[in-house]
Structures are given as structure tokens and as C-alpha cells.
Design a binder for this molecule. Structure first.
Ligand SMILES: Cc1cc2nc3c(=O)[nH]c(=O)nc-3n(C[C@H](O)[C@H](O)[C@H](O)COP(=O)(O)OP(=O)(O)OC[C@H]3O[C@@H](n4cnc5c(N)ncnc54)[C@H](O)[C@@H]3O)c2cc1C
Length: 479
């Protein structure tokens, strides 16, 4: 099959998947006013392959058949793949109005993680299975979500120490041809509107926890899968001043697996408990770089919006506002520089022959991004003023009795008319003061792993011995 169109992608989602939102089952995720936000954001992925402006980055030839496939499926077996991936993810995010389409990157990050672990294990069967699965998804141009995070119950305990066996997903039955799994994965981005879902363990496990050491992939409409979504924002919010294109974003779901049958040719880890932590680590190594890459367009646009707000309010030259510009620039450009340093210094992941961006630098980039985002938003909020949360709505602007008042009183500095200022502040409200903005702040902290996860990887990846040896060389300690 050739690269699908956006319409073919939407049609593929009408497949009797079991998705709930606000307590009600959804009959067609492409038509639900909340889920549609995510569907239309993801649909950009399927526009890229047909757009001459994007094709160089978004399309590659299938190495076996020569057919066109999405570049996301490229096996990163040379260092240059890392830079290509960086450019693709960044361009996709600009293309989709600053929201990554997000339906091929996480799935292929998991595939790359699983393939590298299969090689580290020396397990040819798993490597062949994951390759078969990669080409199945590539040749059918499928979208994928990644389910890593378990519900976890008491965080201080591993699966076997929990009050319930259900706090981590596990194998509950096995026959010669299939396994049966039960459990729930939390916060899964885009799973309500992807074709496939890949599942991997989230942590290290012990021998008695071998049933929890399982990785597999299934279509999202497989019997036994139920998804509970919550809205991010409505596709058309009548309060907002219209923008040239609708606002983009994603939805997460609690994905429940209730005795789901998985054929063994889609199983990539089956009770090999010592390797569960490698799978989780390898996925994080690949995915964290995707994360920092897609933040770059977001930060650039938010910085620009903050500067426009200062212009509109006539405070762009005030000393304290210029200092805020410097803070915003420093934050944005440091994130970009770290992401650039990471892809320009790729590494052969644990000798697996698969290349990733420099793991230490990617984690520093993510930690830097996540640690400073709230201050960045605070500065934007300060520049905007209270209008960020109190401004009259677009419905008021459309009211013929109210509009003359708004025109008279809501204008800004210089050439900023009331309409221009309200339009600008409406977008700023969305990025810095809305429900979505709150979601975004939590997303920066937790999505792609919270602070402790990055700190753990920093301490594993940092050249501690080099530091020690250099210090010892200048102090005669005798140790
Ligand atoms: C918007 C969004 C999108 C996401 N998308 C996906 C997705 O597509 N797929 C996916 O698999 N996951 C996804 N996630 C999940 C994300 O990876 C997790 O939120 C993150 O790993 C933190 O896990 P948690 O939410 O369970 O928080 P918790 O683990 O409960 O963390 C809360 C606090 O407890 C601490 N903590 C946790 N365990 C321990 C421990 N044992 N010892 C000491 N401290 C501990 C943490 O460091 C943190 O400070 C997404 C999350 C968000 C917010």
C-alpha cells in the first residue's frame, strides 16, 4: 500500500474501537468534538507525505520493495539518521501548527528500543519479529501509540509488593500461539486515534515478577481493550478569536487491557525479566530526544508571542521586560543548543548498531526544558497583564452593542487596534492561561519521564570516572 491520505487515516479509525469520553462511549472518534482535536492534529502526518514541501524529509523508499514509506520507519543504523530524525520531528511540529502529529514517532522509538535490546540479548527471533512488525506498519502506513506507564499503585513498591496484582500489566495466560494479558496503562497519548498500540514494561523487575516482563503490539480495536479519554479542549472554542487554522493538541487515555489475546508473532519480550529494565531504558533513550526536538518550535513561538504582547502593551522597551526577553531567549536557545549538541554527537546505543542522539545531552536538554518552563510561562504572564484571563470573548466582539465599546477601550500601543490586541491575547490565553496551558505545564514535567527519570539517566550516562581521574591527577590522594 502507498502512503495513506489523511482521509484514509480517518476512515481507518472507524473500526469499532472501544473508546469512552465524559462517561459515554464514542461511536466514531473522528466526529467526537473533543477527540477530533487529536485526530486532526495526527492527520497532519498523513498530509506530509503528499506535500512537495515536506516530502524530502517525510518520505523514504522501502529498502526491500522500493515503495514510498514514511521516514519515521527508517532503521537508525548510521549516525546520520539521528540528524534526519531531528529535522523530521521539528519540521512536522512546525507543519502541524506547533503540535507534533505524534502518531509515528513514539511507536518507532519503541521499535528502535526493542530492536536494540533484541540485539543486546542476542535474540534473533525477537529481532525478526520486531522487523516484521516495523515493515507491516510502514507498508500499511499505520499510526501507533506507545503504552509504557503502568498505573503503579504504591510507587515505592514493585509489582510483587503491591496490594493488588493489577497495578502493572501482566501475562495471565499462555498457549502455544498466543498470550493473554491484563492490566492498565495510564496517560497514553493519541491511543484513541491510532491504528496500533505498542506495550512495553515501565521498570526493572525481579524473577518472581517475570509475568510482568512483556512487550507486544496489537491493533487498538482488539477485543478486551477499553480506553477512557478526557477532553483537552474543544475543536472549535467559540470564546477564542478565530485563528487562521484551528488550535492543535492531543488527548491521553487510560487504556485497559482485559484478557487481551496477543498472537506470539507480535510478542517481543516474554518473561525475560532481566531485560525489562533495558527495554524501558532503551525506549527512554530514543524517545527523550524526540521530546526535546518537538519542544523547539513550541518555545520559539511562545517566545515570539511574549514579545508581541510587550509590543501591543507598549512595554517592549521597559528594562524589566527586556530582562524577561533575555530570560526567554536564554531558555529557548539553550534548549535548542542542547538538542543540537545531542544530535551532532550520536552514539551507537550500547553497541547494538542502532544510533541515538547523545544520551547524556538529550537528558540534559529534557531536564533543562522541564525545569524552567514554568518560569518561562510566568514571564509571559507578567508581560501580558491581567487581560490574559479577563479579556472579553469573541462572542462579545461579535455583539453589535458591545463591539464599539471594545473598539474604544481595548486598543493597544502604536498601531495595535483593539481587534489585533484581543486576537493576540486570545492566543496568549490559550498557551499561557487556559486549561490547555495547565495541561502543558504538567506535560513538560511528566511526559517523556519526570525529573527523577532524567536525573537517573544523567548519573548513569555521565563520565564519572573521567571526572574522578582528572581530579586525582591534580591532587595526590593515594587512592
Ligand atoms: C501529557 C502526558 C502525556 C503522556 N504520554 C504518555 C504516553 O504516550 N505513553 C506513556 O507510556 N506514558 C505517557 N505519559 C506518562 C509519563 O511518562 C508519566 O507521567 C511519568 O513517567 C511519571 O509517571 P506518573 O505520572 O505515574 O507519576 P508518578 O510516578 O506517580 O510520579 C509522581 C512523583 O513520584 C515520584 N516517584 C515515582 N516513583 C517513585 C519511587 N519509586 N521512588 C521515589 N519517587 C518516586 C516521581 O519522581 C514524581 O516526583 C504521559 C504523561 C503526560 C503528563
Amino acid at each position: 500500500m502507498a502512503l495513506r491520505t489523511a482521509e484514509q487515516y480517518r476512515a481507518g479509525l472507524r473500526d469499532d474501537r472501544k473508546v469512552y469520553i465524559l462517561g459515554k462511549q464514542v461511536s466514531d472518534v473522528t466526529e467526537d468534538p473533543h477527540i477530533k482535536v487529536g485526530v486532526e492534529t495526527a492527520a497532519f502526518d498523513f498530509l506530509m507525505g503528499h506535500d512537495p514541501a515536506m516530502r524530502d524529509l517525510a518520505v523514504m523508499k522501502d529498502p526491500e520493495t522500493g515503495e514510498e514509506i514514511s521516514t519515521y520507519f527508517e532503521v537508525p543504523d548510521d549516525p546520520e539518521c539521528v540528524t534526519r530524525r531531528h529535522e523530521l520531528v521539528k519540521a512536522a511540529c512546525y507543519y502541524a501548527d506547533c503540535a507534533l502529529p505524534f502518531v509515528k514517532d513514539v511507536g518507532t522509538d519503541i521499535m528502535n528500543g526493542l530492536k536494540s535490546v533484541a540485539r543486546i540479548m542476542g535474540n534473533k527471533t525477537y529481532e525478526e519479529r520486531i522487523d516484521d512488525y516495523r515493515w507491516h506498519c510502514a507498508r500499511n502506513d499505520l499510526s501507533m501509540s506507545g503504552a509504557v506507564t503502568d498505573v503503579k499503585g504504591d510507587r515505592s513498591k514493585s509489582p510483587s509488593g503491591q496490594g493488588s496484582p493489577d497495578y502493572y500489566l501482566r501475562i495471565v495466560d499462555e498457549t502455544e500461539d498466543e498470550i493473554v494479558v491484563s492490566g492498565a496503562k495510564a496517560h497514553i497519548t493519541a491511543s484513541a486515534y491510532t491504528d496500533e498500540i505498542l506495550v512495553v514494561p515501565t521498570r526493572n523487575l525481579t524473577e518472581e515478577e517475570a509475568d510482568y516482563a512483556v512487550a507486544f503490539a496489537v491493533p487498538v480495536n482488539t477485543p478486551g481493550i477499553t480506553q477512557i479519554c478526557r477532553p483537552s479542549f474543544r475543536y472549535e472554542d467559540k470564546h477564542h478569536f478565530p485563528t487562521p487554522r484551528p488550535r492543535r493538541g492531543h488527548l491521553e487515555a487510560l487504556v485497559i487491557f482485559d484478557n487481551v489475546r496477543v498472537p506470539k508473532d507480535r510478542v517481543f519480550l516474554l518473561r525475560e525479566w532481566p531485560f525489562a529494565q533495558y527495554v524501558a531504558y532503551a525506549f527512554a533513550a530514543f524517545h527523550r530526544f524526540t521530546a526535546v526536538t518537538y519542544k523547539i518550535p513550541i518555545l520559539e513561538i511562545m517566545t515570539g508571542l511574549g514579545m508581541l504582547a510587550a509590543e501591543a502593551n507598549g512595554v517592549a522597551k521597559a528594562a524589566h521586560v527586556r530582562e524577561k526577553f533575555v530570560n526567554m531567549i536564554r531558555y529557548t536557545e539553550t534548549t535548542k543548543a542542547l538538542a543540537k549538541a545531542a544530535h551532532m554527537d550520536p552514539e551507537n546505543f550500547r553497541g547494538s548498531g542502532l544510533y541515538i542522539a547523545n544520551c547524556l545531552t538529550s537528558n540534559m536538554a529534557k531536564l533543562h526544558f522541564a525545569s524552567n518552563f514554568h518560569e518561562f510561562v510566568r514571564d509571559i504572564q507578567d508581560i501580558c497583564g491581567g487581560i490574559l484571563v479577563t479579556q472579553p470573548t469573541y462572542q462579545d466582539w461579535q455583539n453589535t452593542e458591545l463591539k464599539p465599546y471594545l473598539e474604544r477601550y481595548m486598543g493597544g500601543a502604536g498601531d495595535y487596534s483593539a481587534e489585533q490586541r484581543l486576537k493576540l491575547m486570545s492566543t496568549l490565553h490559550h498557551v499561557a492561561a487556559s486549561d490547555f496551558a495547565g495541561w502543558h505545564e504538567v506535560c513538560t514535567v511528566h511526559a517523556e519521564g519526570s525529573f527523577a527519570a532524567q536525573k537517573m539517566m544523567l548519573s548513569i550516562e555521565a563520565p564519572m570516572e573521567v571526572y574522578r581521574e582528572r581530579a586525582k591527577a591534580i591532587v595526590e590522594l593515594g587512592v
